[in-house]
Design a binder for this molecule. Structure first.
Ligand code: C2E
Ligand code: MG
Ligand code: MG
Ligand code: MG
Length: 292
C-alpha cells in the first residue's frame, strides 16, 4: 500500500484538495458548455425614484444549469474571470441587455427605462471593448443613453488612465457609467473627479444597519453630500426596509434598489412588478410588492 502511495504523484495532496480541484475542473467544463448551450439568463431588479416610480433596472446574470439548477453569479463569475470565459459571457450579457432595451424602447410605457450591466475589469480592458459596445448598440438600434455600465472601484487600481480613455470613448457614443459597491473599495477622490461618472451606487453593506449604526450613517451622508458636490447621482442598493428608505430619503438620496421594491426576477415577473410601479408607485415604495 505504502509503496503504491509512494509512486502516486498526488500523495502530498489532502484528499479534500483533490476534491476541490475536481469540482473546479468540472465547473469550468460545465461553464464552457453553458456558453455553447446558451444556459444563461438575465434577471432584472427594479430601480425607483423617491416616489416609487420606475427608473430602470439592473441586469443580473443567472446560470440555469441542467444538473446544478439556478447558479448564482457569486459561484461562477470568479472562475469565469480566472479562465477568461468572462469575455464570451460578458458579450452575451451586453447583447441580451441591448435586445431587452430595444423591446422596452418600443413601448411608450417602458421607453424611459435604463438598463445597467455589470462589466468585469478584464472585459472592460479588452482593446476592442468600445467597438463591441458600439456594434451591439448599432445592431439593436437602441438609444445608448439608456445603457449603463457598472464598474467597481477595484478596477481603478491599475492603469486608471487607460480606464478613463475607454470610459471617455464610450461616453462619446452616449453610454453612461455607475460606480458599483461604492465605499467598499479604494477610490481616490482624485479619480472620482476625473471619471465621467453619472452615478455612485452606495454599497449595501452601509445600508444594512443604517438606522442604528452611526458610522454607517456618517459614511452614507458623506457619500451623498460628496456626490451632490460633484454633480453625480446617488443610488442606494440593498434597501430592504421602510426605515432604511426613510433615512436615505431624509438625507437626500432619491434613487433606490433593493428587496423592498423587488428582488431580481425573470423578465415576465419583472414586467408585472413594473406595471404595479406604474399604477401604484406609492405601494411599491411602501410595501415592496415583490419583496418577500
Ligand atoms: P452587484 O452588482 O453589486 O449586484 C447586487 C447584488 O445584491 C445582486 O446579487 C442582488 O441580487 C443583490 N441584492 C439586491 N437587492 C438586495 C437587497 O435588498 N438585499 C440583499 N441582501 N441583496 C440584494 P446577485 O444577483 O447575486 O449578483 C452578485 C454579483 O455578481 C453582482 O453584485 C455582480 O458583482 C456580479 N454579477 C451579476 N451579474 C453579472 C454580470 O452580468 N457580469 C458580471 N461581470 N458580474 C455580474
Ligand atoms: Mg452591480
Ligand atoms: Mg453592488
Ligand atoms: Mg456587489
Amino acid at each position: 500500500q505504502a509503496k503504491k502511495a509512494g509512486r502516486n504523484t498526488l500523495r502530498f495532496f489532502d484528499p479534500n484538495m483533490q476534491e476541490v480541484i475536481n469540482a473546479r475542473v468540472e465547473l469550468e467544463r460545465d461553464l464552457r458548455q453553458a456558453i455553447e448551450n446558451k444556459e444563461f439568463q438575465l434577471y432584472y431588479q427594479l430601480q425607483v425614484d423617491g416616489d416609487g416610480r420606475s427608473l430602470g433596472a439592473e441586469a443580473l446574470i443567472r446560470w440555469n444549469q441542467p444538473k446544478r439548477g439556478l447558479v448564482s453569479p457569486f459561484n461562477f463569475i470568479p472562475l469565469a474571470e480566472e479562465t477568461g470565459l468572462i469575455l464570451p459571457i460578458g458579450q452575451w450579457v451586453l447583447d441580451a441587455a441591448c435586445s431587452q432595451l430595444k423591446a422596452w424602447e418600443q413601448n411608450p410605457l417602458t421607453n424611459h427605462l435604463s438598463l445597467s450591466i455589470n462589466v468585469s475589469a478584464q472585459q472592460f480592458k479588452q482593446a476592442d471593448f468600445v467597438s463591441q459596445v458600439q456594434t451591439s448598440v448599432q445592431h439593436h438600434a437602441i438609444n445608448p443613453n439608456l445603457l449603463k455600465i457598472e464598474l467597481t472601484e477595484s478596477m481603478l487600481l491599475d492603469n486608471v488612465e487607460h480606464i478613463i480613455i475607454t470610459m471617455v470613448a464610450l461616453q462619446a457614443i452616449g453610454i453612461r457609467f455607475e460606480l458599483d459597491d461604492f465605499g467598499t473599495g479604494y477610490s481616490s477622490l482624485q479619480y472620482l473627479k476625473k471619471l465621467p461618472l453619472q452615478q455612485l451606487k452606495i454599497d449595501q453593506s452601509f445600508i444594512q444597519d443604517i438606522t442604528e449604526d452611526s458610522s454607517d450613517q456618517a459614511i452614507v451622508r458623506t457619500i451623498i453630500a460628496m456626490a451632490r458636490g460633484l454633480n453625480i447621482d446617488v443610488i442606494a442598493e440593498g434597501v430592504e426596509t421602510d426605515n432604511q428608505l426613510a433615512y436615505l430619503r431624509n438625507y437626500g438620496c432619491n434613487h433606490f434598489q433593493g428587496y423592498l421594491f423587488g428582488r431580481p426576477a425573470p423578465i415576465n415577473e419583472f414586467e408585472t412588478l413594473l406595471e404595479s410601479s406604474r399604477r401604484y408607485p406609492r405601494d411599491v415604495l411602501l410595501r415592496g410588492l415583490a419583496g418577500t
